[in-house]
Each structure stands twice: as structure tokens, then as C-alpha cells.
Design a protein around this ligand. Sequence first.
Ligand SMILES: [Zn+2]
Length: 486
Amino acid sequence: MALSVHLLRPWQKLLVGSTASVMTSKWSRCSSVLSGNRVRMVEKSPNSTDPETSQGVCTIHGKQQQQATPISRAVFPPQAVFKRRFSALCGSSEVQEGALIMEKVCLNEAARMVEVEWSGGGVSRFPYVWLRDNCQCPQCFNPDSRSRLVLMLDLDVNVSPVRVEVQGGSSLSVEWPDGHQSQYDRHWLRERCFSTQALSERQRDWHRKTQLWGADLAHNLPKADFPALLTDDRALYDFLIRLDSVGLVLVQNVPCDVGQVEKLANRVAFLKQTCFGKDFEVVTKMNPSDLAFTSVQLGLHMDLPSYNYTPGVQMLHCIEQTTGEGGDNSLVDGFNAASQLKEENPDAFRLLTTVKVNFNYVGTDHHKYFFRTRQNVISLDDQGEVQSITYMDLSRSSILDLPADLVQPFYDALKAFNTIMYLPRNCLSLKMAAGELIIFDNTRTLHGRSAYSPDSGTRHLQGGYMDWDEIYSRMRAIKADLGIED
Ligand SMILES: [Zn+2]
């Protein structure tokens, strides 16, 4: 049943034009923050009361709609009430399923948007071109591959509907000039609402819920049971959640033989190969390609900063531990250290977030390699939050592409950051026992190792890497499979 069909006449286009342009610029600013996926948690109040936007939504159906007769059949509540209802319906995830009914639909030709009014008074606006591009019919969208079949080559970005209607309160029907018919489900539309508040709510999906930590994490170390990780998807999911938020998990009850790192990686996705090969052994070697393969102290570092696609996560499985002194791992939350640097020494923080440092890695292991990158020691995301740390003394290049006057301040800043990392309150010490495995965020949790005597028995670790894309993908898939709520 068609509830309403409205088309604006040419003279009516003039009535709504100015408001539409305000809204468009505001919204495009909001949508730009959706581009990243490794954004630290930033608590922000929703923008639902933003006067500019709220005014914009209302104005279309405010004074002006009194003149635009064809769309004035809808009776709109006073603005304050409208705002509240709009927030409740269009922007909030607390919508009652029963309340999600499309009451009216109209075309706003000036803004080139289809406007859907929900029961209760909220309005969602869907741009014409977006609707045409996202037609869900079998000609335009393949449900098996969940892929768009409409090619940009064939998309008329200036297309306008000739007719819109709501069917049964649950489906929006659109007819296009070539006779093509599109149907859009109310829930599908609701999930894709362009309102400021809906954009703000969806932005939370992109936030990383980071828990900063210091040395006292040793008393409360996130732990996981290896056999459970291999068999129980929920246990695997909870483990990955903690890996993401804390950046460090101790896995216990791991068999003391090689191949376990790969087994764990295969439960998530697969190992990331590097110049070390599929995985690597940390044992004392003759003529080592890397200082890791000696018994000397290793300063706090990440692995492979000289990769543009640096491994996201590192695993170190202790197969055999030295019985003598040393061989402990130091672990530091680089995000926590960066946040302390920002507080205590903003100039140093600014320098490390803006100055690019060269990292090189040249040698032979699995094959002959020569890597180089240029990175900020502390990288920020588009919200100004710390996104990753790139830190390793041994592969920081002697070629420093800085004006000479900046070199001393740069070293001062690096030293200040390093000093904070090593503070006893920040630096956690952990001597793994055979059968334990640490897994940590390679671009956040810096790790080091105290020296040990190669004469006090063998120390044998096996290591491997994974990428965050694979981890996040697995987390989302398990979440969907098991129906896990946030
Ligand atoms: Zn279609």
C-alpha cells in the first residue's frame, strides 16, 4: 500500500536549496572520520544537538514546508520535540523494532535526496545517487558475494527518481527514469542513515578501545589457555578482544615443541611471512643476522620497523628457558609512554609525531634483504590520537633527513621518550617459562630482553607474526557467527 508519494515542482526547488547546502557540507565533514579503522577510543558526546544540523533537518519541514504544499501533508511536531524524536529514531541504536515504520516519503529535488519520515517524527535523508548506486535488486547487487554489480562506468550520478513510495511501512520503493525499480528495506535504510548522530554512532565501530597499562599489569596480566583457544571460538574471540585493547596477552599450557605459533595463527587466519620466513627461532646462533639471535641485551623495540607493512602482532613461544640469570622479557605500553610524554614534554611529543625517521634493515636470513622506510616515531590518527609506535635503536638509520639545527632537539625528544619507557612504573618484566607464549601488538607494545649467559642452558623461543586485518576480520566473523553483542 502506498502511504504517500510526493514530487516537488520546479518552483519548490528554490524553497529548500539553501538549507540543503548547509547540511551537505556539515555531513561530508563528519563522514571523513570514517576512513580509518585503527582509531583509539575517544569519548565524545553525540552531535545530536548540533544546532546547525538539527536546524537543517527541521527547516526543510519547518517554515518552508508550509509553502511547499505537496510535502506539507506531514504534520511535524514543534522543533524541540522533533529534535528529541529524531535523535531517538534516526540516530540511536536504542530504537524499538516496532517503532521503525516508514510513515511518509518525499523527494527533495533541491537537495537531490529522498526524505523518509519515520513513525514518531524522525526523518532520514538519502541522496538520489546513493540510492541508485545501492539498489538491492538482483540486477544491481549479487547477494551471494554481497557485491555491487552496478559499475561506475554505467552509473548516472545525476539520476533522479521519477516516483517514490512507502510500501506497508517497511519498504521504500523507487522508480527511476529508465523504468528500473528499486526496493529498500526499512532496517537496511536505517542502518545507513546519514544523520549526524547516526554517523557519530557508527564512528564508534571504528574506535579502538585501548586500555593503557604500566608495570603493575604484571599482577593482572591478561591470560588465555592454549587448548581452549584451539577449540573454543568464544575463548578465541575474548582473547583477541584483550589483545586489541591491552596489546599483550600471556598464553599458557602451550606444548613445548615447535609449530605451536603457527597452530595459534591458523586458528585466527595464518602467519604473516617476513624476511625471517614463515616463523623464526630465537636461539643463540653463530654469525647471526640479527642481534635477537645472540645472548646480548636487547633494548626496547618493535620488530621490523623497516617494513611499510609492519607485522601487526608478534608471538613469542617459550620452548626452553635458560636456567641462569637473565633472559627476561621487558614489555612496555608504547601508547602509555607516548601519552606521558605528551603530558610532560609536549615539544618532544610534537617532534616525534612530526619528524620522519629512516629505518633500514639489510642482511641475509631467509633470503637477501634490504628494507627501508621513513616513519614518525609516534604516529597519530586523524583524531590526533596515538595510532602506532615505530621504535628500534638497531635499525634506525644514520641518515637523518633533518636540518642540522633540529638534530639535537630530535635526540632530546627521543631520549625523553626512551627514559619514560624504561621508568620502573612503565616497564614490565616477565621471564617466560617453557610452555608459555606472549602475544603482543607489535606497533604498540615494545619489547626487549635482558642479557643471559649462553652457558646456563639453552634458551629457545619460536616466534611468528600476524596482521591486524586478519585478526579484526576473524573477530568480526566470530562475533557474527556467535551473535555476540557489544
Ligand atoms: Zn536494481
